[in-house]
Write a protein that binds this ligand. Structure first.
Ligand code: PMV
Length: 361
């Protein structure tokens, strides 16, 4: 599909009002997206596990306005009006208006909440933008009931990408690929899609425990970090490596080769942070406890031969990945050894999920 496929024709009907609700999960990348050109076109393809427990639920109530004059919306976050989120939503609506020409015809009340604690350091932009995009697509489907499922999901992912790049991987599950790659049929820079190749059952129920090392605001935002890949001395090699890692991942995912999975995933995480440390200006998002946890994971893996590994997103938190068959003993290890490195001892047990769902009110 191309951008043109996302431009709707004339709407078949325009309801006076209504309400839609969607719950969209967060995701964690195995091969990372870091570096982009406008608007949210990735410098390299990426792939992620869709999560389950960490999610955003968003309801959009819509009411026809008298005049089609500008955007009109209220934003309610966890029960309270949230004025400081409004500019981001305003920018998003401006960006997607040509693909959703009904936006100025309605007043929207957007009510949103996260399943994970406030300022846990878990980015809510992926699940938040995915949930909002799905709600807007659901409204569009009321206006154009003949829209098919494939277009619905691709366009929801396309819109989510325009809100926040990695959000486009939070529509479907369990593994989502985003970014054009010559060896992955139908892959696109414009939207994420379900990983089209064979996936060993071990990965279908993989666990991800998010160790909340630092819950405060990050010193450098992802937006700035992506920007610093322009003119970065290692950027071209890094982008090539990501393309090649997607090729390498294909037999690993098909065969359930955990040893190779661990090497590739940990290398991707450390490369992401190495890019940050070698940007100009350079910066570091890992904290001393991030490193303590990584070392303990390596020691535990060596001593017990349990296939646990870590990945990182753009922050200090550590995602501990392991097969569900090892859940019991790994969770004891987390409680006994890793929790002490988390802020207030906090962590969240999550696992691979199956994508966003519509909630019937
Ligand atoms: O979607 P953004 O702009 O927040 O960037 C996400 C970047 C990483 O989380 C570090 C990697 C990824 O692929 O999710």
């Amino acid at each position: 599909m191309t951008e043109k496929d996302f431009l709707p024709g004339a709407y078949q009907k325009m309801p006076e009002n209504g309400k839609v609700t969607w719950k969209a999960p967060s995701n964690i990348a195995l091969v990372k997206y870091w570096g982009k050109r406008p608007v949210q076109i990735p410098a390299n393809p990426s792939i992620s596990f869709t999560l389950d427990a960490c999610a955003t639920t968003t309801s959009v109530t819509f009411e026809k306005k008298e005049k089609n004059d500008g955007f009109s919306f209220d934003l309610i976050f966890e029960g309270k009006q949230k004025a400081d989120f409004k500019p981001k939503i305003q920018t998003f609506l401006e960006r997607v208006e040509m693909y959703l020409p009904f936006l100025k015809a309605y007043h929207f009340t957007i009510e949103t909440s996260n399943s994970f604690p406030h300022s846990s350091g878990i980015a809510s932009s992926a699940s938040g933008m995915a949930a909002l995009s799905l709600c807007l697509m659901d409204i569009e489907k009321e206006l154009n009931p003949s829209m098919d499922e494939a277009l619905f999901h691709a366009k929801a992912s396309y819109l989510a990408r325009l809100g926040s790049g990695s959000a486009c991987r939070s529509i479907k599950g369990d593994l989502v690929q985003w970014g054009a790659h010559k060896n992955i049929p139908n892959s696109s820079d414009l939207y994420g899609m379900e990983y089209p190749f064979k996936v060993n059952p071990v990965f279908k129920s993989y666990c991800d425990t998010i160790l909340l090392v630092h819950k405060g605001q990050k010193k450098v935002s992802s937006t700035v970090g992506h920007q610093l890949m322009h003119g970065h001395p290692y950027a071209e090699n890094r982008f090539e490596q990501a393309f090649s890692n997607l090729d390498k991942l294909k037999p690993i995912l098909a065969n359930g080769d955990l040893e190779e999975f661990i090497k590739l995933v940990e290398s991707e995480a450390l490369t992401l942070h190495a890019m940050m440390m070698t940007s100009m200006p350079y910066f570091m998002l890992m904290k001393p406890d991030t490193l303590e946890i990584i070392n303990k994971i390596w020691e535990y893996r060596e001593a017990t031969k349990t296939p646990v590994c870590f990945t990182l997103d753009a922050g200090a938190n550590v995602h501990l990945l392991y097969p569900s068959s090892d859940k019991e003993k790994v969770q004891i290890f987390i409680k006994d050894e890793l929790a002490e490195h988390c802020e207030n001892g906090q962590y969240i047990h999550d696992q691979v999920g199956s994508g966003a769902i519509k909630i019937n009110d």
